[in-house]
Design a protein around this ligand. Structure first.
Ligand code: PLP
Length: 397
């Protein structure tokens, strides 16, 4: 294992997870092992591997060499003891919640979580007799008082999607620890480059690998990291319930991750420049970016996000939905699409992306105006992105 403390994150992005394996036919790249099962020459060895007494693989729903390399890479980047992966980010979230929550349990979270997560909270957990308490994001008094009433899981996401709100992981983790709750943090927006929740007191950090980790919008995946005991429990749920990451997707994610730090640093810088540009634009009435001093979570973000504020921002144009229907299609260097975190700039209103599952009332209750635009900064030259915004915004006026 690489010594993560001394080794930089770009080095980890490239080498972690790739050093422990015997290279197939001396290949320098992790091979895509498209094998469902792994064969043994004698029963005793097979049995030892099956019992977990010897390293090895049995069946790819449980473990697979390509998938293992991906898990190890994320594990090192998050500074974790252990990691396990899933077919998607939502599988990581649902499997984690299903592992730790039993009928009669209580979960405390915030209202601004990812749309799909919100559906789990509102639709799928309550019929299982799991009490879901969703607090105003940023209302620490309410969140702390709800945690103190007792809960099994505290679930956080920071920065949030699409309102880019910041939550103090360290502060709330320490409150949750006192009532024995497991703290789960969705770190998808920040990436392990900008934020390491385990160092801030979280027990489980999870990612939609489909976003920044892969970075090329060509593979779905999810991953969780934490201590061995907790991750093993979630792994066991996943190996039986079957939401395993496919080897080809693991390979695409591994390849994408080699440039994770390069991409994220570039995106941090560009997003900051774009946020300032938009803040000064007469047609823009609200810009949500934690790097702006005016952002209510700026001071906390400064403390808990090590090296940057991320590539995600959102903003509202004057004229609401009608204005963005004119403006967004005029962008030359942005996909209008539901994903984020990739090399291309991607834009979309939450109405069609993160919160498509929610009703207009639910969106408005969550403080998401219909004219909000979620902007995922790509790695294009920032001058071109600004010029593109300029010409597209000119069409509104
Ligand atoms: C996309 C996303 C998810 C869900 O991930 P999938 O890979 O699409 O299942 C969860 N959380 C956040 C913050 C996301 O952006």
């Amino acid at each position: 294992m690489l010594e993560k403390k001394q080794i930089g994150k770009s080095t980890l992005s490239i080498w972690a997870g790739e050093q422990e394996y015997e290279l197939y036919e001396r290949s320098t790249q992790v091979p895509v092992v498209h094998s469902v099962s792994f064969a043994y020459k004698d029963i005793d060895t097979w049995h030892k591997v099956a019992l977990g007494e010897t390293d090895g693989h049995i069946y790819s729903r449980n473990t697979n060499p390509t998938v293992r390399a991906f898990e190890d890479k994320v594990k090192e980047l998050e500074g974790a003891q252990s990691a396990t992966s899933f077919a998607s980010g939502m599988a990581a979230i649902s499997n984690t919640l299903a592992t730790f929550l039993m009928p009669g349990d209580r979960i405390v979270s915030i209202k601004d979580s990812y749309g799909g997560t919100n559906v789990i909270f509102n639709e799928f957990l309550p019929p299982l007799n799991i009490d879901v308490c969703l607090c105003e994001t940023g209302d620490y008094e309410q969140i702390e008082s709800e945690i103190n009433k007792g809960c099994t899981v505290l679930y956080l996401e920071t920065p949030t999607n699409p309102t880019i709100k910041i939550t103090d992981i360290k502060r709330l983790s320490s409150v949750a620890k006192k009532v024995g709750a497991i703290v789960v943090v969705d770190n998808t927006f920040a990436t392990p480059i900008n934020q390491n929740p385990l160092e801030l007191g979280a027990d489980i950090v999870l990612h939609s690998a489909s976003k920044y980790l892969g970075g090329h919008a060509d593979a779905l995946g999810g991953v969780i990291c934490g201590n061995e005991e907790l991750v093993k429990k979630v792994y066991h749920y996943r190996e039986i319930n079957g939401a395993a990451l496919a080897p080809m997707d693991a390979y695409s994610l591994l390849r994408g991750m080699k440039t994770l730090k390069l991409r994220v640093e570039h995106q941090n810088e560009s997003a900051m420049i774009i946020a300032r540009y938009l803040q000064n634009h007469p047609l823009i009435e609200q810009v949500n970016y934690p790097g702006l001093e005016s952002h209510p979570g700026h001071e906390i973000a400064k403390k808990q996000m090590n090296s940057g504020y991320g590539g995600m921002l959102s903003f509202a144009a004057k004229g609401g939905l009608e204005a963005i229907k004119i403006f967004l299609p005029r962008l030359k260097y942005a996909h209008m699409a539901a994903n984020l975190g990739c090399v291309e700039t991607v834009v979309g209103p939450p109405l069609t992306t993160s919160h498509v599952e929610c009703s207009a009332e639910e969106r408005s209750a969550a403080g998401i105006p219909d004219g909000l635009v979620r902007y995922s900064t790509g790695i294009e030259d920032v001058e071109d992105l600004i010029a593109d915004l300029e010409q597209a915004l000119a069409a509104i006026s």
